[in-house]
Design a protein around this ligand. Structure first.
Ligand code: HEM
Length: 482
């Protein structure tokens, strides 16, 4: 008896849940004919499981390729709890990126929005987003910041490389993470390496570990611990803001860091709380991406001796010139290294550090005849565009030479996004990678251990990219086999 009541209860629950789901996402009849082809998959989970299982492989774009073959470059699906129009079409992606907040707003998992807070630059829209974005973008482009980044980066890279030993493997992923974090924190809040920096790093690791977690904020949960870590970091930034305000240095003509830039803003919209929160939120896109760019570059170069040789020759030539003239390298010197820049671009194309961006439609939108209904997500998937053979010959081959006379501004290449949310850190990322590469190839030869790229939830190396190094002056020959 008990058993049949139980079965009845479970069946009733299942059907009401199904009904609820159908009502929520039932495609209105007016949309049915205009929606792109595709399937919404299973109730609740949609196609998320297949998407995630592909994302974990070395070819995450397989999920897209399969559907592209059946439905075309733009198709409908249901991933991460939302009906979604997936675009692997460069022009549709461009439209999505260029649209303002009346049409699309950013869409992130719930745990991420909880951690970032309402005033985070990654979430806000309209005039406030444009204001903060403009201020940061202009500062990151300034010659003065580039000069400072160059000095800091050179110092941190040299300090780090001075400790490299030939008898131990060097984990490039860890080394670059450490260096890039120091550079980023210096640019944001002028904090120098030391005890406070170490504490900040520790809290930041705790903070980001909750970015992909269950959205449950109760003592003991990952999200709770993350939020606590963020509070401690925000407190530190408040202390820095207070010290700047007391010394009145924030009103100096030349801002030293991003905090100064935002404190100097005369609009009155940027409160101390907003500034402090945003300093931490800005570490999210900045902290991981640059080290991964450097790490992937080393991976691809290790597998392509001809490219490594040309890169080394280019950098050696510059070093010799500068040494002879007795001049230090400036930021502009690094950016004149055309083959080095091609190597970085090719790494961005093939590595796809950010595979795409998610937006939510604020109204029904029609792009190139495809409908994106209000409330649905649009997933502009850059990875498929970057690996499309109609855009790039032999797209899976690392070939930096392809960039030597190619138009970079094309909408087929969007590693830093585009439109109003174009990454403000793009120049910094390229500069930091150039400096790291220069010092590595002019001082060392290396042998890379076998490693593979993991693509989900973020891009990283499975075994932290271990290399065995030899200082160039001690031996020009290739190094010991592991
Ligand atoms: C290789 C390195 C990097 C890559 C591939 C990258 C990629 C991206 C992409 C694709 C976006 C657009 C997101 C969207 O449209 O929703 C973005 C936004 C952003 N990036 Fe980067 N990024 C990198 C480095 C950095 C660095 C070093 C910083 C420095 C703090 C930074 C700060 C930001 C910020 C603040 C935004 C949000 C802009 C806004 O919404 O107004 N990024 N990044």
């Amino acid at each position: 008896m008990m058993e049949s009541i139980w079965i009845l209860f479970v069946t009733a629950f299942f059907f009401s849940a199904l009904l609820l789901y159908r009502n929520r996402f039932r495609i209105k009849s007016k949309y049915r004919n205009q929606l792109p082809l595709g399937t919404l998959g299973w109730p609740f989970i949609g196609e998320t499981i297949e998407f995630v299982s592909c994302a974990y492989t070395d070819r995450p774009e397989i999920f897209m390729d399969k559907r592209r073959g059946m439905y075309g470059k733009v198709f409908k699906s249901h991933i991460f709890g939302s009906p979604t129009i997936v675009s692997t079409d460069a022009e549709v992606n461009k439209f999505i990126l260029q649209s303002d907040a009346k049409v699309f707003v950013p869409s992130y998992p719930k745990s991420l929005t909880e951690l970032m807070g309402e005033s985070s630059i990654l979430l806000i829209n309209g005039s406030l987003q444009r204001r903060i974005h403009g201020l940061i973008g202009a500062f990151f482009k300034s010659q003065q910041l580039k000069a400072q980044i160059t000095r800091d980066m050179q110092k941190y890279v040299q300090e780090s490389m001075a400790n490299w030993r030939e008898e131990h493997p060097i984990y490039i992923q860890d080394q670059t993470k450490n260096i890039a974090f120091q550079v980023l924190v210096k640019a944001l809040i002028s904090l120098d390496p030391g005890e406070e920096m170490e504490l900040l790093k520790k809290h930041f690791q705790e903070f980001i570990s909750g970015l992909v977690s269950l959205p449950i904020n109760l003592p003991g949960t990952k999200l709770y611990r993350s939020l606590q870590a963020k509070k401690k970091m925000v407190k530190l930034v408040h202390k820095i803001i207070q010290a700047k305000t007391n010394r009145n240095i924030s009103n100096s003509k030349v801002p030293e860091d991003v905090v100064d830039v935002l404190l100097n803003d005369a609009s009155g919209q940027l409160t101390d709380n907003l500034i402090a929160d945003n300093m931490i939120d800005m570490m999210i896109p900045g902290e991981d991406s640059v080290p991964i760019l450097m790490t992937l570059t080393i991976k691809y170069l290790s597998e392509c001796p001809a490219a490594l040789q040309q890169l080394r020759e280019e950098n050696m030539k510059l070093k010799k010139l500068k040494d002879q003239a007795g001049e230090p390298l400036r930021w502009s010197d690094y950016l004149t290294l055309s083959f080095t820049q091609s190597v970085i671009m090719e790494t961005l194309r093939i590595g796809n550090i950010i595979s795409g961006v998610m937006r939510k439609a604020m109204k029904d939108v029609e792009i190139k005849g495809y409908l994106i209904p209000k409330g649905w997500c649009a997933f502009a998937y850059f990875r498929s565009v970057h690996l499309d053979e109609s855009n790039y010959d032999w797209p899976h081959q690392f070939n930096p030479w392809r960039w030597q006379d190619k138009d970079i501004s094309s909408c087929n290449f969007t590693p830093f996004g585009g439109g109003q949310r174009l990454c403000p850190g793009l120049d910094l990322a390229r500069l930091e990678a150039s400096i790291f590469l220069h010092h590595l190839v002019t001082q060392f030869r290396w042998f890379a251990e076998e490693d593979t790229i993991v693509n989900f939830p973020t891009v990283r190396m499975k075994r932290r990219m271990a290399i065995w190094v030899r200082r160039v002056d001690s031996s020009a020959a290739m190094v010991k086999k592991v």
